[in-house]
Design a protein around this ligand. Structure first.
Ligand code: HMG
Ligand code: MG
Length: 374
């Protein structure tokens, strides 16, 4: 039987770099995006349009957008770039940068390239989490195999993509499941966030831009502790979908999530009528539980996961929280469970080793280090 495709959203260039204290040259950020694009990843969050005083590291994101518009990084599969923003001012800045690019002048009247179809994230057959079917393992992870594998996946997953398809773009917005985190991260209440998002989502959709919405601190808050109300998360997810968001990324910002509470949250979301196909899970790995929680989510039927190459990352407004689950670790885990990701483990491991070297930090991905050592 055919292995299931899991969609990975690579958030390294945004979530991964936003917390770095030393200013990273824009050339390095662009090189990171270029290298990631070659690994078989299909979705990359490449920057954010937030207030530069709040997150100085992301101040040059319009340069990265300009780069991917003018010189789309070569990739074996069509790529969707995500751009994080907190409010309509961020969306205006995104549109301004987009429309200023010579490469979009001809599409400015008609809007953006057609957004990608929704990923195949139905509940589908359960994953072989006991790995009893060795034939379900993805084929070799050599570059050529992975590229042709991801190419054929692309072709079977969507209407018209080809390796030469231009990239598409979507925006991601974020709110919090607790009032204290909302205030700290975006200087407004949860209700104010929702009120901001309604017109923002309409404006984005008017230009055929898909909107992803993160719900932060869904499994633990740095100020209010681990017991975040799952019913509150479900209400927010329902509100955001009702407003027109295309996907909800449920975020364990602090990495406090445990397997039982992840399962409880997912059951609560399902009971509230939220479909698995509308959900992604975004695990930070502060307590080393991210892969365990990933398998809980897989068993529940979730088919989209966020990660950052090298285990980079952290939210500047979540004290003590460390990086996202490493993309290399996630890919290794998913392949071991018989799933396909389209991502070349060795290639993405090389990117992780490279970017951590650039930042002068140890590589946080154990699977990445072991892959390169082996
Ligand atoms: P504020 O100070 O309340 O903003 O910040 P304001 O609305 O009062 O406006 C003040 C000034 O900021 C005005 O300029 C606005 O134009 C300007 P002035 O009139 O004084 O010259 N302004 C902006 N400038 C640039 N870009 C903008 C923007 N908006 C207003 N978008 C604000 C409110 C939301 C802007 C601020 O709190 C902010 O930028 N917060 C972002 C914090 C952030 O980026 N956190 C990290 C990302 S979230 C995350 O990592 C979590 C995630 O990974 C999931 C998870 O793990 O949980 C996604
Ligand atoms: Mg995050």
């Amino acid at each position: 039987r055919q292995a299931e495709l899991i969609r990975i959203v690579e958030v390294g260039p945004r979530d991964g770099l936003q917390n770095e204290k030393t200013s990273i040259p824009v050339e390095t950020k662009i090189e990171l995006v270029n290298r990631l694009a070659k690994t078989g990843l299909r979705t990359i969050e490449a920057g954010s349009f937030v207030h530069p005083r709040w997150v100085p590291q992301m101040a040059n994101s319009s340069k990265i957008l300009e780069h991917v518009l003018q010189s789309p990084p070569p990739s074996p599969n069509p790529i969707t770039y995500q751009w994080l923003l907190p409010n309509s001012k961020g969306l205006d800045n995104f549109f301004a940068a987009f429309d200023a690019s010579p490469s979009t002048q001809s599409t400015a009247d008609t809007g953006y390239p057609t957004p990608p179809p929704s990923p195949a994230t139905d509940n589908g057959p359960a994953l072989n989490t006991s790995s009893q079917d060795p034939n379900a393992m993805p084929s070799s992870t050599s570059g050529v195999d992975a590229m042709s594998q991801s190419r054929s996946q692309s072709q079977s997953q969507s209407q018209s993509p080809s390796p030469t398809s231009p990239p598409t773009h979507e925006v991601s917005i974020f709110l919090a499941a607790t009032e204290s985190f909302s205030k700290t991260n975006t200087n407004c209440s949860i209700a104010e966030s929702l009120a901001r998002f309604s017109p923002l989502i309409s404006s984005a959709r008017a230009r055929d831009i898909r909107v992803r919405a993160y719900i932060s601190v869904a499994l633990g808050c740095p100020f209010e502790g681990p017991d975040v109300n799952p019913h509150r998360v479900a209400e927010l997810a329902a509100d955001l979908l009702e407003m027109g968001a295309d996907e909800i990324s449920v975020a364990d910002t602090t990495g406090m999530g445990t397997a039982p509470r992840t399962a409880e949250l997912l059951r609560t979301l399902t009971a509230a009528g939220i479909k698995n196909e509308d959900l992604a899970l975004h695990f930070h790995d502060t307590f080393g539980q991210a892969l365990l929680n990933t398998t809980v989510a897989l068993e529940h039927g979730i088919r989209t996961f966020d990660s950052a190459v090298g285990g980079l990352g952290g939210c500047p407004y979540s004290p003590g929280a460390t990086g996202n689950v490493a993309t290399e670790d996630l890919v290794y885990c998913l392949h071991s469970l018989g799933a396909q990701t389209g991502v070349d483990l060795e290639a993405v491991s090389r990117v992780g080793e490279w970017i951590m070297g650039e930042l002068g930090r140890p590589n946080e991905s154990r699977a990445g280090k072991a892959t390169l050592a082996g």
